[in-house]
Write a protein that binds this ligand. Structure first.
Ligand SMILES: Nc1ncnc2c1ncn2[C@@H]1O[C@H](COP(=O)(O)OP(=O)(O)O)[C@@H](O)[C@H]1O
Ligand SMILES: [Mg+2]
Length: 466
């Protein structure tokens, strides 16, 4: 049996077991003040119950034909009506079915058994490697850390990628956006970081990707080596929006669990845009107005709620450094989700199609990428080199078209002359094979070597340094 067939079989078995458990529990535990209701309406993905009393965000089970129970979450109410959204498919739903509020809010099983595993948004294993031993429970929604109690970002984190380590240094506990269109190399870059980053645990949330991409990422990009210290939470595009939302929340909750053990966690979320799209589907289907270019307000409330959960713990209790991919189709950096993400993250790395099309990988556009914690984790000589390289690259881009057709006149501009002379070395410095790791020291040294000795015929513009 192939591993995918095994995973499907395993999932089906788990679902059957879950259904049997639900069936064996005719009266699921009810909430103190909650009252059972009756299903009145099911249109699209929204269910309406009447007579039901359950708090916003709590869970209800809806009975279906054949005695199976479908899990739903309360996403709104109006008068006597409670709006619910399912986390699984709605097959067998009947009019006037029982809607039973549950005592438990969303919880996530966590524990050592999670390492190396691939699970879905409900925590069901997708990898066919049997049940997961997870002995603790944490809240899906997490608990907020007082921002004043958080450890500040003071240590740099080795992500194994030279261009990032040297030019966009990442701090432990930083939240970074990875902005790019599709097919520009986001997943490949995340895969490199999964394998090379100096972290204790890596949690990967794959939200709203195609099913095939999930398999590709796990089997090829991550590989055995990457998976060993990773947990992957995968919720492909065909799952209901609430499941996709929960996938992101579950991945974050798992990262929080490890952080609270004092570990340094790398959280990779691919993608924040699909998380926003899931919330948009939910908001619109319960009647929120699409106020910002088709997005309802709840989307812009959920984004910071998710992102704020990453970061350093209180008083040295571990850290979550997080990368969130953001889709910028047609390189539209002003798209509302990209805009919102840029405002709430501590930096952004932009991958550009132009660079990828030229065969330069990772296709990081150094000129427009920013790490907002750079000041805190670099020394002046290092920052001066970064500025110098950016100046050279900007000078080169300004004359790119002329240089490309060989029409640039040497001697017109000393900065451009130097950029042209150093260009092959700069390209070699920025490029990196997916199998090659470059740690922070090596990356810094490579940057210094790149800039500190001038190529023949060019007077080097040496930085004053200590
Ligand atoms: N570092 C790299 N080296 C070589 N090719 C790459 C690299 N990164 C991406 N690619 C190429 O780009 C394609 C798309 O990359 P992928 O990471 O799947 O993009 P995205 O996740 O942004 O859609 C890959 O199939 C590969 O051909
Ligand atoms: Mg991808």
């Amino acid at each position: 049996m192939s591993s995918v067939a095994a995973a499907h079989w395993q999932e089906a078995r788990n679902l059957r077991l879950a259904a049997r458990l639900h069936a064996a529990d005719p009266h699921p535990p009810s909430l103190g003040l909650a009252r059972e209701g009756v299903l009145r309406r099911a249109v699209g993905l929204t269910l309406e119950a009447s007579g039901c009393s359950a708090p916003l965000g709590s869970r209800c089970r809806v009975e279906t034909a054949g005695g199976r129970w479908v899990d739903t979450e309360v996403v709104g109410f109006a008068g006597d009506r409670t709006y619910l959204m399912p986390t699984a498919d709605l097959e067998g739903l009947l009019p006037n079915a029982r809607v039973v509020p549950l005592r438990r809010r969303g919880e996530v099983a966590v524990g050592e058994g999670l390492l190396g595993r691939v699970i879905d948004s409900d925590g069901v294993p997708l990898d066919g490697r049997g049940p997961i031993r997870a002995e603790h429970w944490v809240g899906l929604a997490g608990t907020a850390i007082n921002p004043l109690m958080r450890e500040p970002i003071t240590q740099s984190l080795d992500v194994g990628v030279r261009a990032i380590n040297a030019l966009l240094p990442i701090g432990r506990g930083q939240r970074i956006g990875l902005f790019a269109g599709s097919g520009v190399g986001k997943s490949t870059l995340l895969g490199m970081m999964t394998r090379f980053t100096a972290a204790d645990v890596i949690v990967v949330g794959l939200i709203g990707e195609r099913g095939r991409e999930v398999r590709d990422f796990v089997e090829s990009t991550l590989g055995e080596e990457g998976l060993r210290r990773a947990v992957v939470v995968a919720t492909p595009a065909d799952r209901p929006p609430l499941a996709r939302l929960h996938g992101a929340l579950r991945a974050t909750a798992i990262a929080e669990y490890y952080r609270d053990q004092g570990l340094h966690v790398l959280l990779l979320m691919d993608s924040l845009t699909r998380f926003a799209h899931a919330q948009r589907e939910i908001g619109l289907s319960v009647g929120e107005p699409p106020t910002t270019r088709g997005y309802p307000p709840s989307v812009f409330a959920k984004l910071p709620q998710l992102v704020e959960r990453a970061g350093n713990g209180a008083d040295g209790r571990g850290s979550i450094t997080a990368f969130y991919t953001v889709l910028t189709e047609g390189d539209d950096q002003q798209e509302p989700i990209a805009d919102a993400a840029r405002a709430i993250l501590d930096g952004h790395i932009v991958l550009t199609r132009r660079i990828a099309d030229a065969g330069q990988y990772p296709a990081i556009d150094v000129e427009v990428s920013v790490s907002r914690v750079m000041q805190d984790i670099t020394d002046p000589a290092w920052r001066e080199r970064i500025r110098k390289l950016k100046r050279l690259m900007a000078a080169h881009s300004a004359q790119r078209d002329l240089i490309a057709i060989g029409a640039y006149q040497r001697g017109s501009d000393p900065a451009v002359d130097e950029a042209v002379a150093r260009w092959p070395a700069i390209q070699a410095f920025l490029g990196q094979d997916v199998a090659e790791a470059a740690d922070v020291e090596a990356s810094r040294a490579a940057l210094a070597a790149l800039l500190d000795d001038g190529p023949a015929g060019v007077a080097p513009n040496r930085p004053q340094e200590a």
